[in-house]
Design a protein around this ligand. Sequence first.
Ligand code: PMP
Length: 360
Amino acid sequence: MSRFIKTAYQGFASYTPGEQRNDGTYIKLNTNESPYPPAPSVLEALKENDLEALRLYPDPTGRILKEKLASLYDVKPENVFLSNGSDDILNFAMMAFVDDDEKIAFPEITYSFYEVIAALHGVQVNRVPMCASDNLPALFINPDDYCSLHQNIIIPNPNAPTGAALTVDQIEKIVRTNPDHVVLIDEAYVDFGAESAIFLTKKYDNLLVSHTFSKYASFAGGRLGFAIGSAELINDLMTIQYSTNPYNINRLTMKLAEATVDADTYYRANAEKIKATRMRTTAALEAMDFTVIPSLANFVFARHQRIAGKTIYEEMLRRFVLIRHFDSPVITDFNRISIGSDEQMNQFLERMQEVINEKS
Ligand code: PMP
């Protein structure tokens, strides 16, 4: 750090994204991207793009893309906010809605970006403890813990890194019982089997739902996120965004994202494939003595009964398979494994079997 950094940021620990080893040597199952390519029509849209127009600014209102998303999700364009990846929504929401004397509540075990973004804005946090379920460790959200909390709340549904999901009835109760605070439901992984709360945004003015194209829509590199909520909430986000980066979606991304919405059926079919591969992978891991948290996301979170999580991560890395290990006490024996294509998962399972044979 330089001697010029603000006092508030001295020693600041920023978010550490998953490793990006993309040279084709590794089977990359560590950042929950889609294993499938963008739709042919999206690649076509790239070719047809008028690159000469790159000299012009993009439309800061994103009118066409908002109209397409609004029609896909049965809301109005004024209920849609566009962002450069959905992390930006979390950032803007933290700036827009949490007062200096307020707290933001989120699960103790969740997407670690929430903690970082709160610290960046000097926001106090309430890390809500997790609870156990059946014979599984305390890794689950108890929705009752969030009811009548009277704090701003972020809940990812499904949660990361566990993949466990709440029902929309449970979410609705949380939203209904915190009427004077914003409840942000981060639906980055909702397209793989969980229920979306988007329809509830028509009923509750304190509900904001964020989505991303990074996971189900094969568009992590394109960086497109969007949020849906009441026109007033969306306006507040736009106030912050226009004061931070008015042209936050570049021209190319905007065009390709429009084509992505048009190709929604293709991406829904891919999500179905991923769900089937997730089921098969879960069963195979269980047969190797892994405990696998039931997941509705495009990843599974698994712990071996005898082998340490870090050992598994390192041994898989040696075998050119990249999975995600979190060096944090409660979850240190788990690894998060993104669901790849069937072929990738076959190789993953083969190499995992080698590790189990060698280390058991
Ligand atoms: N929310 C959750 C729970 C995530 O895991 C991620 C991806 N790391 C994001 C949001 C952000 O994704 P993106 O910025 O690519 O839209």
